[in-house]
Design a protein around this ligand. Structure first.
Ligand code: SAM
Length: 285
C-alpha cells in the first residue's frame, strides 16, 4: 500500500500495477493472511490477500473462465474435479457449468475467504451462496486434502495464491507427485503460474518442477487486467491428453466473456520470448 488513494501490487521489486481506490471496505488478519476488500475506480470491488490483487468484479471472468474451461474441455469426460484454493467461488462457478461433472470438491484453507466472498462478492460466489448438490465445500489445507486421494480425480485445478504464505507448498515437486497420485490415469492438472513477464524465473521453476512429475506440461496464458503486466500464465500438466495435438470437447456454456473454442487452442501458442524462458531458461526481463 502506498497511500490512502492508490494501491499497488508489486509483481517484482521494480514493477507494480497501481489502482486508485474509493475506500477500503473491509480489512482483517486471519490465521493465514491479511484480507482487504477495496472499491477501485477502474475494476470495481476487489479482494487483496497479503497485498496481492486476487479478483475484481469487473475482470474476474478473464481468470476464472480460463483456469476452469481449458483443462475441463481438454478432458473428454471429466466427472470428478478438485479445486484447491479458489475460496472466492469463481472457479467453482465455472466448473459447475459442465453437465458431465458429477462431483466438485472445493478446498480453501481460509474459511474467512469463503465468508467474505459470499458477503461482498455475490456474483463471483454465487455457487457458494446457492450450492448445487455436486459441489462439496471443504475448509483445510489443499495439500493434505489431495494427499488423501489416489486414482480419484479427472481434473485438479490449483486456484491458489502466490508461492509465499499458505500457498507455498502448492508449488513444490512433492505436492505435484501427490496430485499425480490423486489423479486418474488420464487426469489433467492446472495451476495458476504467475506472470510470464514480471516473474519469468518463477514461471520457469514451476514448469521444470511439473516436468519432473508429468509426461506432458504445457503453458497457456490469458489477459488478466488486475495482475501486474496484465498477462497471466497457467501451467497444464497431463498424464495423457496433449492440448497441442488432442481435440477438445465442444460444449456450449452459458455467459462466456473470454473463453471460446478457438482460444482453447490459441492460448497455447506461445511467443518466442516465452518459449525461450520455458525451454532454454533465457529470461528477457
Ligand atoms: N485468482 C487468484 C490469484 O491468483 O490471484 C487466486 C484466488 S483464490 C482467492 C486463492 C486462495 O488460495 C486463497 O483464498 C487462499 O486462502 C487459498 N490457499 C492458499 N494456500 C492454500 C492451501 N495450501 N490450501 C488451500 N487453499 C489455499
Amino acid at each position: 500500500m502506498t497511500d490512502k488513494k492508490i494501491i499497488t501490487e508489486w509483481g517484482n521489486p521494480d514493477t507494480g500495477l497501481s489502482l486508485r481506490v474509493n475506500h477500503i471496505i473491509h480489512e482483517e488478519q486471519t490465521p493465514f493472511q491479511n484480507i482487504k476488500i477495496v472499491d477501485t475506480l477502474q475494476y470495481g470491488r476487489m479482494m487483496i490477500l497479503d497485498d496481492v490483487f486476487q479478483t475484481s468484479v469487473k475482470d474476474e471472468w478473464m481468470y476464472h473462465e480460463m483456469i476452469a474451461h481449458i483443462p475441463l474441455m481438454l478432458h473428454p469426460c471429466p466427472e470428478r474435479v478438485l479445486i484447491i484454493g479458489g475460496g472466492d467461488g469463481g472457479c467453482a462457478r465455472e466448473v459447475c457449468k459442465h453437465d458431465c461433472v458429477k462431483q466438485v470438491d472445493l478446498c480453501d484453507i481460509d474459511q474467512r475467504v469463503y465468508d467474505l466472498s459470499k458477503e461482498y462478492f455475490p456474483s463471483i460466489a454465487e455457487v457458494l451462496l446457492h450450492p448445487l448438490q455436486k459441489l462439496h465445500i471443504h475448509t483445510g489445507d489443499g495439500i493434505a486434502f489431495a494427499g488423501k486421494h489416489a486414482d480419484f480425480y479427472d481434473v485438479i485445478i490449483i486456484d491458489c495464491s502466490d508461492p509465499i504464505g499458505p500457498g507455498e507448498g502448492l508449488f513444490t515437486k512433492e505436492f505435484y507427485q501427490s496430485a499425480f497420485k490423486a489423479l486418474r490415469k488420464d487426469g489433467v492438472l492446472v495451476q495458476q503460474s504467475e506472470s510470464p513477464i514480471v516473474q519469468q524465473s518463477l514461471v520457469h521453476e514451476i514448469f521444470n518442477a511439473m516436468n519432473t512429475v508429468f509426461p506432458i506440461v504445457r503453458m497457456y496464458y490469458s489477459h488478466v487486467a488486475i495482475y501486474p503486466a496484465c498477462l497471466h500464465s497457467f501451467m497444464l500438466a497431463s498424464k495423457k491428453y496433449d492440448p497441442l495435438t488432442d481435440e477438445a470437447r465442444v460444449e456450449l456454456l452459458p455467459d462466456m466473456k473470454y473463453y471460446n473454442k478457438k482460444i482453447q487452442k490459441s492460448a497455447f501458442v506461445l511467443p518466442n520470448f516465452i518459449k525461450a524462458c520455458l525451454y532454454e531458461g533465457k529470461y528477457s526481463f
